[in-house]
Design a protein. Structure first.
Lengths: 231, 231
C-alpha cells in the first residue's frame, strides 16, 4: 500500500530546463534588439550558459556578468534582459501534460497524501508551485534550503516523511534524477519511481534503487492505482 | 535658451505612489484569498505600510516582515504576495497622460537634449524606464546609486550636466520634490520647474529656487517652447 506520494519539482512536474533555455535565448535576443552589438544570438547564448555554469544557476547577476564578459556592460541592457527573462518564465511555465490528470486522479479517487521535496531557493521554488497551480494539490511542500538539508542527503527525505507522519515503506518518491532522488529516497526505505523525461539526468539504469520506471505519469497511474487507498 | 531638460522620474513622469499603493493592496488581498486569516484588507494595508516605513521602501522583504509581525509567516503567502505585487507593478505602470505628448514635442520639434536624474536602486529604476518606454527618449539616465551620490547632493546634478556636456544655465530640471529637486538643481545654476502632481511632496512654495510652477507638462510646453532650440 502507498499512502503518500512525494515528488521532485523541476524537470519532474514541469520542463524547467527548456523553460530556462527559452527565457535565456529570449533575453539575449532582446539585448541584441536594444543595442548589444558584435555577437550573434547563438554565440551569446553559449556565453550566457558558460556564466550560468561558472556562477551557478541560483546566482542573481548572470546578465551583469554576461555583459561584463563581452565588455559591453550597461544597466539598460541588464534591465532589458531581466524583463524579458522573467516575462518568459512567468508566461510559459506549465506542467508536463500528463501531470495535471495524474494529480487529479490522486485527489479525486484516492486518499493518498501528496507532497513535494525540492532543492532550490525557497521563494523561487514556491513561486513555481503557485504559478503552476500546485499549491491546491500539495499541502506539504519541503524546500531543502528552508530546512538546511539538501539533496542527496537522505535526512531531507526522513525529515519530510516525519512532517507527513508517514512510514517510509508506505511512501513513494518520484523524481528524474537518479543520484539525487532515487538513491537517497531508497536508502531511507521509500519506494521510488524514476521518470524518464529526456532531460540531462535521463540515464539508463539497472538498479534495485528503483521500483518503477516510467516515461509519463499515465504509466505510473496504471502501475500503482491498485496500491493506493481509495476514497 | 534651454538646451537640455533633465527630469526626476518617480511621481514626476508617472504616478509611482499610487502604483505602489495599488500593488500593496492587491498583495494583501491575494494573501487573504490564499489563507491569511484574522485581518481585514484595510488593517493589513496599514500594517504593511508601517513595515515599509520602518524598513525603507527599497528593502526586499516587506512581505516576510509583514507576515512575521502578524505571526502568520508562511513561504506560500510570501510568494503569493510577491507574485501579485509584481503583476500589478508590471501591468499598471504608465506615464502621466501629459508626459508622452510633451516628450514627443521635445523630440520632434526641438533639438533639446533629454535626460533623467533619479534616486533609487539602479536596476529597479532602469526597469521602470524600459517599461515606461522612456529609453527611446532619454539617451542619458543618471541613477544616483549607480554613481554613489544621492539627492539632494548638488554634486549629482553637476555630475549629470558634465555627462551631457551642458552648462548649468542652459539646462532645466523638472521635479516634484522641492527639497530634493529644486534646491540642489538651483544651487548649481540650473533653471528649475516644480511640478504639482498632488502627491505627498506637493507643497506651497514662495521661493526663488523655482523658475516655473506647473500642474502638467502641457503648461510647461506653453511656457518654454520658445526658449528651446528648434530643429
Amino acid at each position: 500500500m502507498i499512502h503518500a506520494i512525494l515528488f521532485d519539482l523541476d524537470d519532474t512536474l514541469f520542463d524547467a530546463t527548456s523553460l530556462a533555455e527559452k527565457a535565456r535565448r529570449a533575453a539575449i535576443e532582446s539585448m541584441i534588439e536594444k543595442g548589444l552589438e558584435g555577437i550573434t544570438a547563438e554565440k551569446g547564448y553559449e556565453i550566457l550558459n558558460e556564466v550560468v555554469r561558472e556562477y551557478g544557476s541560483n546566482y542573481s547577476r548572470h546578465f551583469d556578468m554576461f555583459l561584463k564578459r563581452l565588455q559591453h556592460y550597461s544597466l539598460k541592457l541588464v534591465s532589458v534582459a531581466i524583463i524579458t527573462y522573467h516575462r518568459v518564465k512567468v508566461q510559459d511555465i506549465r506542467l508536463y501534460p500528463d501531470v495535471f490528470r495524474f494529480l487529479q486522479n490522486l485527489r479525486h479517487m484516492t486518499s493518498c497524501e501528496l507532497g513535494l521535496i525540492t532543492d532550490g531557493l525557497p521563494i523561487k521554488q514556491y513561486e513555481k508551485v503557485i504559478r503552476l497551480g500546485l499549491d491546491t494539490f500539495f499541502e506539504r511542500v519541503v524546500i531543502s534550503d528552508e530546512i538546511g538539508i539538501r539533496k542527496p542527503n537522505p535526512e531531507l527525505f526522513t525529515h519530510s516523511l516525519s512532517l507527513l507522519d508517514i512510514e517510509p515503506g508506505k511512501a513513494l518518491y518520484v523524481g528524474d534524477n537518479y543520484a539525487n532522488d532515487m538513491i537517497p529516497a531508497k536508502s531511507v526505505g521509500m519506494k521510488t519511481c524514476f521518470v524518464h523525461r529526456g532531460g540531462k539526468h535521463d540515464i539508463e539504469i539497472d538498479s534495485n534503487a528503483v521500483d518503477f520506471e516510467i516515461h509519463d505519469f499515465s504509466e505510473l497511474w496504471k502501475k500503482i492505482h491498485k496500491m493506493l487507498p481509495s476514497k
